[in-house]
Design a protein around this ligand. Sequence first.
Ligand SMILES: [Zn+2]
Length: 292
Amino acid sequence: MARSILFVHAHPDDESIGTGATMAHYAAQGAHVTLVTCTLGEEGEIHVPELAQLEAAQADQLGGYRLTELRSALAALGTIDARMLGGAGRYRDSGMMGTLANEHPRAFWGADLEEASMHLVEIMDEVRPQVVVTYDANGFYGHPDHIQAHRVAMRASEIAAERGFGPSKIYWTAMPLSVLKAGVEALADSTDNPFAAVTDVADFPFGTPDEEVAACIDGSDHHDAKVAALKAHATQIPETSWLYSIAGNFGQEFMGVEHYTLAHGVRGRGDGPYGWETDLFSGLPDGSPAAR
Ligand SMILES: [Zn+2]
């Protein structure tokens, strides 16, 4: 059976920021890489002055525009089977927690979980992923759409399993505490330091003890592709973003190496002090290397 991996993300740009190197890595290996994006990201801030009037409070055209950014980003990452949950425009960006956008009738945050999950089950039935990648229960950092994407991915996987085509493994994106600490130190002298107020990495809404991380995907061969994908999301990620400055300090490792915890399935053989898998298909019948 051909390798098939499904990524479930909340907004256009999340795929590139969180899992861009992993997606490029598996696309380059010839795996079937599916991306399901749950909303168009209508509530995003706009960092391109000429496009400022697209914002939700004015023309409310940002969502459609971000589809074009997503297309360019995915072209950089490789052959990706891109879908929008329920079709483009079905679910709307819910904005930050506690904002009025949470109450919009199409806000993803207010979506019926079963209905939204069934849209994903249909896609799973078609592409039959052995591996599903999404966020943890806190949506990695607490955004309502990320939390909802997690719920939908988990519920859809459960329904798919009942129907005999559930994924063998489910991963959640993770940032090992060691990497987070190194990143904070690297940014300490930077003029654009979003973490200047942080004195302890425990204050971050994310960060996973290294021993709880299950997999580390080295996609540093695809560093340039990931940077190109980030640049394609120009309305969201300004040229001055700390993402680029931290990458400048760290080199290819920051951008190209991505980490995951294993939420479901049997962990395969891994490397290093914590036995981190180097392949998300590790231990699966067609994966390598064999399960321990
Ligand atoms: Zn997002």
